[in-house]
Design a protein. Structure first.
Length: 181
């Protein structure tokens, strides 16, 4: 039986021990992650926020939700949210949820979620219209970036070394060697 949006939001706020997502009205528990996953996620968020003005953008690491509709809530490993969006709901005591397309979302590959991210989350991020979507692969030490084009399609590029531009955020780059230290 599908879970209602209200039930999901209440569960997500009240269950301190579990991180939940909702896919087509069904609950999905986010599993525990490896040290490599957590390190890449934390460093990516850190390097992004270092380069961004907090008056313009806030970086979230495993916090907040990207929602496409009332039946699908996804918790990206890393997302960049315009500060104006965070301020619009600040102080409400509600779940941190964003319906608007985000400039950047990333998932870090892990053995427990790798195929789920590719098969389920990435198509939803594209349908939401998120501008730049990354898959960070800490074991292969690569980043795959999908970038939205003017016609709504996405290009794909794989990076294995050097500076990777975050094209949706002017002047922001991520140095892969530092990301995978």
């Amino acid at each position: 039986m599908p879970v209602t949006e209200q039930t999901f939001e209440q569960l997500a706020l009240e269950d301190d021990d579990t991180t939940w997502e909702m896919v087509c009205g069904k609950l999905r528990e986010k599993p525990g992650m490896t040290q490599e996953h957590n390190s890449a996620m934390t460093l990516l968020a850190f390097y992004l926020q270092q380069q961004l003005d907090v008056a313009q953008y806030r970086v979230r690491a495993n916090a907040g939700y990207a929602r496409r509709h009332e039946q699908s809530y996804f918790g990206p490993d890393v997302m960049v949210v315009p500060t104006a969006l965070t301020l619009a709901t600040h102080g409400t005591g509600g779940l941190e949820v964003y319906d608007a397309a985000l400039p950047f979302v990333a998932e870090v590959w892990s053995p427990s979620t790798g195929s789920y991210d590719v098969d389920t989350k990435f198509p939803e991020y594209r349908l939401r219209g998120d501008l730049e979507i990354w898959r960070v692969q800490p074991y292969e030490k690569t980043v795959t970036a999908w970038r939205k084009q003017a016609d709504g399609s996405y290009t794909e590029r794989i990076y294995a070394s050097g500076l990777v531009p975050v094209e949706s955020l002017q002047g922001v780059t991520i140095e892969l060697e530092k990301l995978f230290e």
